[in-house]
Design a protein around this ligand. Structure first.
Ligand code: HEC
Ligand code: HEC
Length: 334
């Protein structure tokens, strides 16, 4: 199909979706298999056992040994907000490996808490915390599970089977939005969080942490900050690569398009991902050249999969209107 025509049809489609905030992704196309991964810990029943937050839990104030982590490129999950924290055991550090990845000591805990502001225009109107997802490394192996917050927002409990819950909020433009938010089952976690058949963290790569953050009123590089608080080993951070924030309009369209696909598609579509996805022969990782990525000559197929809500395969119920427009603009430019 002519790309310009395709783009216009796509745009109209997105506008229709924008006017229908209750649109739910079709599902049930393909059953997710029972992944059987080794577990090296037994997850606590209650989230409070991990002492992640201090004071009133619902304020999400990290305890002193949990450190805020901010990523340049992020996963879209139905417009939810996310707080990401990391804790390494006292006296240990994360270490940079020669291949540019980070090695985490046993006992590392990563958390990601999903919440909605009741009204994006006014945070004093409160928020609803839905779930806190955990990854815990023990004996060299990562364990993964999520905790569902109660209605009074005082505690969260282990949830392995997944569940749908209605969420409503008002977006920054003042438009009421809602969806049947899906809390993934443990099996669903594993579709995205596997690499070479092992559970693995996705977000905090050196390049995705290599960005400016504000800490104690000062702007500084996040890697420098993690080094200065003693949880990342010392190395020359000017050697670390960098991924762009796909919402940064000053970055190039191709960097933005690929950064979006890196964090929203590549955890399944890479040679070591879930085999149902790798059969498609795409490699959407940022560092993979365009020629090797499988994107060229498949632009229409990729755009279609996004627009009709077929992709991403799981993890969302709403279309990421801005993200999909960005990827289509990028594909259209090739
Ligand atoms: C649709 C794919 C997908 C599913 C399903 C998914 N995750 Fe993730 N997860 C990601 C991506 C991508 C990131 C990193 C990007 C970000 O945080 O925005 C991430 C980040 C995380 C993090 C922060 C540390 C890290 O790896 O970056 C935790 C903890 C986590 N996920 C746990 C879980 C748990 C528990 C489940 C199941 C209940 C789950 N995830 C389901 C894709 C997924
Ligand atoms: C949770 C894993 C997962 C994620 C995340 C994911 N995919 Fe897929 N993808 C799959 C699977 C599995 C298939 C095969 C689906 C099938 O056979 O029904 C597939 C198939 C595809 C296809 C082929 C569709 C066709 O008609 O042949 C395209 C194109 C695609 N994905 C693009 C994407 C893009 C772009 C993203 C990011 C926005 C993405 N995928 C995110 C798992 C995933």
């Amino acid at each position: 199909m002519n790309k310009t025509v395709f783009f216009i049809i796509g745009f109209v489609f997105i506008m229709i979706c924008a006017c229908n905030p209750d649109r739910i992704r079709p599902n049930g196309r393909l059953t997710i298999p029972d992944f059987n991964f080794p577990e090296t810990i037994v997850f606590e029943q209650n989230l409070s056992a991990y002492n992640i937050f201090e004071g009133n839990a619902a304020d999400l104030i990290p305890a002193s040994d949990f450190h805020l982590v901010e990523l340049s490129s992020i996963l879209f999950t139905d417009y939810s907000h996310k707080q990401r924290l990391i804790k390494v055991p006292a006296g240990t550090k994360m270490t940079k490996q020669n291949d540019g990845t980070i090695d985490y000591p046993d006992g590392t805990i990563m958390t990601k808490t999903f919440f909605y502001q009741n009204d994006e225009r006014d945070s004093s109107l409160g928020k609803r915390i839905i779930e806190t997802r955990l990854e815990i490394k023990e004996n060299g192996i990562w364990n993964i599970a999520t905790y569902l917050w109660n209605q009074s927002q005082t505690e969260a409990t282990l949830s392995l089977d997944g569940l749908d819950t209605q969420v409503n909020w008002v977006n920054a433009a003042g438009i009421p939005r809602s969806t049947l938010y899906h809390v993934p089952s443990q099996n669903e976690c594993m579709t995205c969080h596997q690499s070479d058949s092992e559970i693995s963290p996705i977000g905090p790569s050196l390049r995705n942490l290599n960005r400016l953050v504000e800490r104690n009123g000062t702007n500084l590089n996040q890697l420098t900050h993690l080094q200065s608080i003693g949880i990342l080993d010392d190395f020359d951070i000017t050697q670390a690569s960098r991924i762009v924030n796909y919402n940064d309009p000053t970055a190039s369209l191709s960097d933005r398009g690929r950064a979006y696909m890196d964090m929203n598609c590549a955890h399944c579509h890479n040679p070591d991902g879930w085999d149902y996805a790798t059969e498609r022969q795409f490699d959407f990782r940022y560092e993979t050249s365009l020629a090797q990525s499988g994107i060229l000559f498949e632009e229409d197929k990729i755009s279609n999969a996004l627009l009709d809500g077929e992709m991403p395969f799981i993890g969302t119920t709403l279309l990421d209107e801005e993200g999909v427009s960005l990827v289509i603009e990028y594909l259209d430019s090739l």
